[in-house]
Design a protein around this ligand. Structure first.
Ligand SMILES: [Zn+2]
Length: 249
């Protein structure tokens, strides 16, 4: 595309300002889109803590069910024991007495066994309950942390929106100073190059992609009568000595 050198010079100057804005816009939009690593980490920790809590809760509930079943079994056995005791008092001869005693002792032994098992279960249940409660506290604390981080994030997002709005207004002013066709080339490239659509050339190298450009392109670049783009990255090129190259890396 053929243009007056003055138009190209002016456009490039404005594009360099635009590029600074677009790089900031790109960063802000990225920050808006991507969850901060500390939040992602917090979420992963919470997931893990919830999983641990559920595991202990399940074990606790199983043990508690067993404990209640044993308590019921104890009640039944105690009834059996009472009946055996009554029977023992109603014996009519030694043979019956012997049998009744034997039955009573057998029930007594069972009651003692169950009592021992029950005691073990109660202890185990209590232990699991304690661990489960500790895990619950961890979950609650992480939930609170995440909630706080969420609030902070929402505030930051609002800030980002305001900054984007301000930059877009500023951007609009510079767009007016760029030749329309030059701008459309720039706009296409910056969208795919992280807000970076223009690059200087120094020693035949594009500062945007660090690939060498053909010497004849460099000659055309010096003439400033057409818009030259990098054959490798498509960025609009300008000679390093022609504008402030330090802002366009
Ligand atoms: Zn390039």
């Amino acid at each position: 595309m053929s243009l007056a050198p003055e138009t190209i010079r002016k456009s490039i100057e404005a594009l360099l300002n635009l590029q600074e804005i677009d790089a900031q816009l790109f960063k802000l939009r990225n920050e808006e889109k991507v969850l901060p690593p500390e939040m992602a980490q917090l979420k992963a920790k919470l997931d893990e803590a919830q999983k641990a809590y559920r595991g202990y809760d399940r074990t606790f509930k199983e043990l508690d069910r067993e404990r209640r079943a044993l308590e019921l079994r104890t009640l039944t056995l105690q009834e059996d024991l009472k009946r055996a005791e009554v029977k023992r008092r109603e014996v009519r001869n030694t043979k019956e007495e012997f049998a009744a005693n034997k039955e009573f002792e057998a029930f007594q032994k069972k009651v003692a066994e169950i009592a021992k098992t029950l005691e073990d279960r109660q202890k185990a249940t209590q232990e699991k309950q304690q661990i489960r409660d500790e895990k619950q506290k961890v979950v609650e604390s992480l939930e609170a942390d995440l909630k706080a981080a969420d609030i902070k994030r929402s505030e930051r997002i609002q800030e980002i929106h305001q900054q984007i709005k301000a930059l877009e207004d500023k951007r609009h002013d510079f767009i007016g100073q760029v030749d329309e066709e030059v701008f459309s080339i720039y706009e296409r490239v910056q969208k795919i190059r992280s807000g970076n659509g223009i690059a200087y050339v120094k020693g035949l190298m594009c500062s945007g992609c660090f690939v060498s450009i053909p010497p004849q392109l460099a000659l055309m670049l010096d003439k400033m009568d057409s818009v030259i783009t990098c054959p490798s990255c498509s960025r609009i090129l300008y000679p390093a000595n022609d504008a402030n190259s330090s802002t366009a890396a």
